[in-house]
Design a protein around this ligand. Structure first.
Ligand SMILES: [Fe+2]
Length: 211
């Protein structure tokens, strides 16, 4: 992968209408092109500020004096978190019946069954985490090689209640901007629909990284 000092909005790995009717073209386009793009833009703007400020001692002293360092680091985790989580989210979905939905297979199925007893139990727990995230946030399934068990995290915003360094295997965005066009205020309906477009193959590939 070519490395750069700024972020770029990734292209979706499918067409804008590929996830319909579970996520409509209008909803997906808005979410990807506007909301995800804004996190990318805002993270890059913060980088530009840092690059500018670190050119001079005076500017750094000014920032420290007026408390900008705290605000800037917080904004940076929010926007980079938003960019990273959305990138995972797009990749862990696929068109229903064409890589999306159905029962998990392979190692991710074994991991889920071992930890949660059955796929159905996991589905219930993960859905409960997703529907009960306060305000805007995410539910994710994550794992780290230091422990042989996956954990469900309920991330608030993009950067709160997240366990550092855990690899995210599966993520659902439950910010209102993720489902409002299609489901209005009915988040549980969106969470139900999500299971029809989960890309289990991708979850298996990511699990390989932490096995
Ligand atoms: Fe989002």
């Amino acid at each position: 992968m070519e490395k750069t000092r700024t972020f770029t909005l990734p292209k979706l790995p499918y067409d804008y209408n590929a996830l319909a009717p579970y996520i409509s073209e209008e909803q997906l386009k808005l979410h990807h092109d506007k909301h995800h793009q804004k996190y990318v833009n805002d993270a890059n703007a913060l980088f530009a500020n840092i690059d500018e400020a670190t050119k001079t001692d005076t500017q750094i002293d000014y920032w420290i004096k007026f408390g900008y360092v705290k605000a800037l680091t917080k904004e940076l985790t929010f926007n980079i978190g938003g960019h990273m989580l959305h990138t995972i989210f797009w990749e862990n979905m696929a068109q229903a019946g064409k890589g999306g939905g159905g029962q998990p297979g392979g190692a991710i199925a074994d991991t889920i069954n071992k930890e949660f007893g059955s796929f159905n139990n996991f589905k219930k727990l993960f859905s409960a985490a997703a529907t009960s995230t306060e305000g805007s946030g995410w539910a994710v399934l994550a794992m780290h090689p230091c422990i042989e068990r996956p954990v469900i995290m309920q991330i608030e915003k993009h950067n709160i209640n997240i366990i550092p360094n855990f690899q995210i295997l599966l993520a659902i965005d439950v910010w209102e901007h993720a489902y409002y066009v299609d489901y209005k205020n009915e988040r549980p309906k969106f969470v139900d629909a999500f299971w029809n477009i989960v890309n289990w193959d991708k979850a298996n590939k990511t699990l390989d990284l932490v096995k």
